[in-house]
Design a protein around this ligand. Structure first.
Ligand code: GDP
Ligand code: MG
Ligand code: ZN
Length: 293
């Protein structure tokens, strides 16, 4: 028996990295009964079937620290949200949605403002300030010219992290800059044992020992809608402390007169864009809850 990490899933085959080796594994049938199936990022116990051909079987999935449904990922330590300073314009609504979601999941989040070469410094710093004030780390990069990469890289050391952000913001370019190689280009990714090209939905790229980045093409569509609207304010981490000043139980923090959070916004303690985005996301969640069925 050995312990390993699932680094990718290729046509129903689990690729498991152990301390010294990489094995192709099947999963034991009894996982299906338990309605749990192994996902990328899972730590698993495997039983070697054939050392020569590196075949093994997954016997057990170890307890997960966290689980993301779409894309299916377990045990992510850090979520890296990438926006671009310009081209495309920074999408702070999307960013706030994703930050809320990572709070809900209980996963550390950090922010990268890429394409720093395409916008004035003050404008970038304005955005940076909104988020550093709340307590998020914000990295400013120019992936194309590999600027700001070392700082980001140091932050990711020792973690399994996943990048997310709208298309075109520079995620692939950033990953390449971190690896200093074109590893995320299509085609390079996976050939199975028969030499056939297959597509992997998600794969963990090893940067160094204990450091992996999940390359997730479809990460932009987070399931932010799983957050219950009345809990949304808890996912805006600078809002929480003002809730005690709300007069009503079940305050939505939008229109109520005696709302501590709204007052904090009016007093300039909560940023305009964060509060506006809270309202937008809240209304979104409300619409969805009302039309659920
Ligand atoms: N000017 C500039 N262009 C960049 C930067 N990073 C990425 N790009 C360009 O932006 C485009 C989209 O980048 P890509 O990495 O494919 O974005 P992705 O969709 O998020 O993976 C490409 O043409 C990149 O060359 C940057 O820091 N500055
Ligand atoms: Mg890409
Ligand atoms: Zn309130």
């Amino acid at each position: 028996m050995q312990t390993g990490l699932i680094i990718s899933i290729i046509s129903n085959m689990y690729i498991v990295e152990t301390k010294n080796c990489i094995y192709e594994c099947n999963a034991r049938g009894n996982f299906k009964k338990k309605e749990i199936s192994p996902v990328v990022g899972d730590k698993v116990n495997i039983e070697i079937i054939d050392e020569k051909t590196k075949k093994a079987v997954i016997n057990e999935i170890l307890q997960r620290n966290n689980y993301i449904k779409r894309p299916k990922l377990a045990n992510i330590n850090k979520l890296v949200y990438v926006i671009s300073a310009n081209k495309p314009k920074p999408d702070l609504l999307m960013l706030d949605k994703q930050l809320a979601f990572s709070e809900w999941l209980g996963i550390d989040a950090l922010i990268v403002i890429n394409k720093s070469d395409l916008e004035k410094e003050e404008k970038i710093q304005e955005i940076q300030k909104i988020y550093t004030q709340i307590g998020y780390k914000v990295f400013i990069t120019n992936a194309k010219e590999k600027k700001g990469i070392d700082e980001l890289y140091n932050e990711l050391k020792g973690t399994i992290c996943a990048f997310s952000g709208n298309s075109g913001v520079g995620k692939s370019t950033l990953l390449n800059a971190i690896f200093n190689a074109d590893i995320t280009k299509e085609g390079e990714i996976s050939k199975n044992s028969k030499g056939k090209n297959t597509t992997t939905a998600i794969k963990l790229y090893k940067i160094e020992e204990n450091t992996y980045i999940a390359d997730t093409p479809g990460f932009a569509v987070f399931d932010v809608y799983e957050i219950e609207k009345n809990n949304l304010y808890k996912c805006f981490k600078e809002f929480k402390e003002y809730e005690k000043n709300c007069e009503f139980v079940g305050c939505t923090h939008i229109k109520e007169k005696e709302c501590g959070i709204r007052k904090a916004f009016e007093d300039g303690k909560i940023s305009n864009s964060r509060y506006k985005n809270y309202i937008k996301i809240y209304e979104d969640l409300k619409d969805r809850e009302e039309h659920k069925w």
